[in-house]
Every structure is written in C-alpha cells, then in structure tokens.
Design a protein around this ligand. Structure first.
Ligand code: GLA
Length: 386
C-alpha cells in the first residue's frame, strides 16, 4: 500500500489539507474454516495487503468519503438513521454507528481510502475496511477508549447490522490482532488466543486466486449458519440438562443421537464442523513438532469436508486443489467463506515453481483466465501509519 498515493488523492479530492493515515490488513487462515461462529478454533494471520485511509475531522456532522479505487464519492450525516445505499460506504457508516454505541463521540470527517486486497478473493477486504476505520475513529474521536476486542466486535457487528452477513469473528480478529511472522490460534468460544511463529523450513505458503467472485451476502453463508443453529437447537432439546451453546459443545455421539431430529443437510454440515474441530487441534500438535506433512494432510481433509459436506466450494476451487494433489503439494484447500476466491497451498520449496506453472497453465486452459498467485507474507494488524 502506498502512503503517497493515498495522501495525494486525499489532498486532491478535499480541501488540500492532510490528516492522519491508518492501515489495516486482510488475512489468511491456515485451518479452521466455518468454525468461528460454531465456537471452534481458527488459525489466521494478517497479510501484507490491506486497506489504507486518510482521515481529517471537518468540523461538521457530515462524513465525506472517497473511494480512491472505485473513484466514487459518498456523503452522509453521522446521525442519519438509514445511512448510504452504496455498499462500500455502508461499511464506514456501520462502523461509525458501532463505535458510537461503544462510547466514541464520532463527528464529521473527510476521508479517502484505497486497498490492495483483491475483492472477493476470500482475504477479507471488508474486515480490513471495518477495522481500519474502527481503529482510526477510536484514535481520532475516542482517545483509544475502546480496546482491541471492542474494535473487533464493532467490525463484526457492522457486518451483522448494516451489511447483512452473519459472520464470525475470525476476519476482524486477524485484522486487528495480527503480528508480523506469527499465526494466531484463537478459541472463538473463550476468545483466548496464542501467537504461533510460522516459519516452515523448506516450505512456502501460497494463495492461488480462482478469480471467481464470491458473494458472502448472497445468503449461502447465512444459510450455513442456520444449518448449524438447527442442530444446536435439537441438541439443546435432547440434552436440556447440559449447557449447549454452539456445535463446539457437541461430540460425535451426541450428534448421532439427534440424527432423526434434524435434516440430512443439517447433519452433513455438523459432521464437517465436528471434524474440523479435531483437525485444528491435530494441526496445532503437528506444528509444535514441525510436522508439516500432517498439517498438509489435514488441509486436504478440510477441503474435502468443505466441498462435500459443507458445500461451500466450487468447481474452480476443487480443480485447483486436484492440481495441487497431482503436483504432490503438501497441503491445499479452499480458504475463507467459499464459493470462489483462493486456495491456500503449503508447498515444498523444490516443487514450488513447477506447481505454480502447472496450476497457472492448466487453469487458464480450462477456464480461459489466468489465476493470480500471491505469496503469503504474515504482517502486523491495524495501526496508525502517520
Ligand atoms: C468468512 C467470515 C468468517 C468465517 C469464514 C469461514 O470469512 O467472515 O467469520 O466464518 O468466512 O471460516
């Protein structure tokens, strides 16, 4: 991300004055997919791509926002009860409302922002946008009274209340708490987390983007969440003497015992979630022993579960994972919410070039477009730049 570029646009599109610049990253996730809203574990890290914004209070009650990448300008009043219709501006509007709920006295400001996370690639450009503005508004108008978790939850609530996606907390968490060179294992139930240094000797982590745009808001994500809630409701009825809040609280035996009370679809979804819970823990053990072959094996298993039981993959993602298998790549799976976006691949150094060349040419031949390739660089979370 380029500070001079954002600054020059800010100066050009407003009154020539400068403000403060903030940045917040997107994320990858090694393993633990669709587990966050099920109270499970996730294993994300922030990346070297994100959103950068410049902000300057303007002494009014109006926000004047400019999207540098879309060349689009939107204005709205802070206290407007409905807010703008434009989707990118709704994130900013939502964050403002959520930070106000948390005690930040947000006033009018001018802002211009830009990003280098490919949109819809499953690297959480929306969470980066939310945490960038939540962090900035907390600093400028709130004297940093909201702690990091408040910023995370404010971003998530923005998705829920203003953008129609009932997401978990993984993306906002990674964008705010990220640390250079470290992955994080977060227990989404207790919110306890640990930083894990991630320097796999002899391997590289690389993303391959199908360039199929996913539409999280297109209800499929919320439908999956509903599937899981149906099973939790059945478990609660059956085990009324136990405290069951999410699928985290269920084991295989309990799930089997409610099989007749839920649909086959709900059962398939829950089967994936329980399996994923075990896989994340197995990956943690394997990482402690530098056993990347096991990490990779679990990644493939996760992909199969996401594709067959959770049904959030797509033909192009399945194709790229198969190409990875054919190239003896250690681990490969779709990453993020699904229905498009990237695969994440753990590949031995000596196989890297051949794999990337093969994946690129095979994909281009079959789908008529070249996939993008991104080497993963694990970076810091939301921060003030200048
Ligand atoms: C999206 C959501 C996250 C998480 C992932 C799937 O990125 O925003 O909360 O559920 O999908 O793991």
């Amino acid at each position: 991300m380029n500070i001079e570029y954002v600054r020059s646009r800010f100066i050009k599109h407003f009154d020539g004055k400068t403000g403060s610049i903030y940045a917040s990253p997107g994320r990858i996730n090694l393993i633990g997919e669709h587990t966050d809203y099920n109270g499970g574990f996730v294993f994300p890290g922030a990346i070297d791509k994100g959103i950068m914004c410049e902000i300057r209070p303007n002494g009014t009650n109006t926000v004047m926002a400019y999207s540098i990448d879309l060349k689009d300008r939107v204005e709205f009043k802070i206290e407007d009860p409905i807010g703008p219709k434009t989707s990118w501006a709704r994130y900013i509007y939502g964050v403002i409302q959520e930070m106000r709920k948390r005690g930040v006295d947000v006033k009018g400001f001018n802002t211009a922002f830009s990003g280098d996370i490919p949109l819809g690639a499953g690297m959480s450009s929306s969470a980066a946008l939310e945490s960038c503005f939540a962090f900035a508004l907390n600093d400028i108008f709130g004297d940093n009274k909201v702690d990091k978790w408040g910023i995370v939850l404010g971003g998530q609530a923005t998705e829920h209340n203003y953008c129609g996606v009932k997401c978990g907390i993984m993306d906002q968490f990674a964008s705010v708490f990220g640390k250079e060179g470290k992955l994080m294992r977060l227990d989404c139930n207790s919110r306890e987390f640990e930083y894990f240094p991630f320097k796999p000797e002899g391997y590289r982590l690389v993303l391959i983007d199908t360039k199929v745009k996913h539409e999280l808001a297109s209800s499929a994500y919320n439908d999956r969440r509903k599937n899981c809630e149906n099973t939790v409701a059945a478990l609660k009825r059956k085990y009324s003497d136990r405290s069951i809040n999410t699928l985290r609280d269920a084991d295989w035996e309990m799930l089997e015992s409610v099989k007749e009370d839920i649909t086959d679809e709900d059962m398939k979804r829950a089967t994936y979630v329980l399996g994923e819970k075990e896989r994340v823990l197995a990956v943690c053990d394997a990482l402690e022993q530098n056993d990347y072959e096991t990490v990779g094996k679990k990644m493939y298993e996760t992909h199969d579960g996401l594709s067959k039981d959770y049904e959030v993959s797509c033909e192009e993602l399945d194709f790229l994972v198969q190409v990875a298998r054919n190239n003896n790549v250690t681990g490969s799976r779709m990453m993020g919410g699904g229905f498009g976006g990237c695969t994440i691949n753990l590949v031995k150094n000596e196989l890297y070039d051949a794999f990337i060349a093969d994946a690129t040419s095979q994909y281009a031949e079959k789908y008529g477009k070249k996939p993008s390739v991104y080497d993963v660089v694990i970076s810091d979370g939301a921060h003030k730049v200048i």
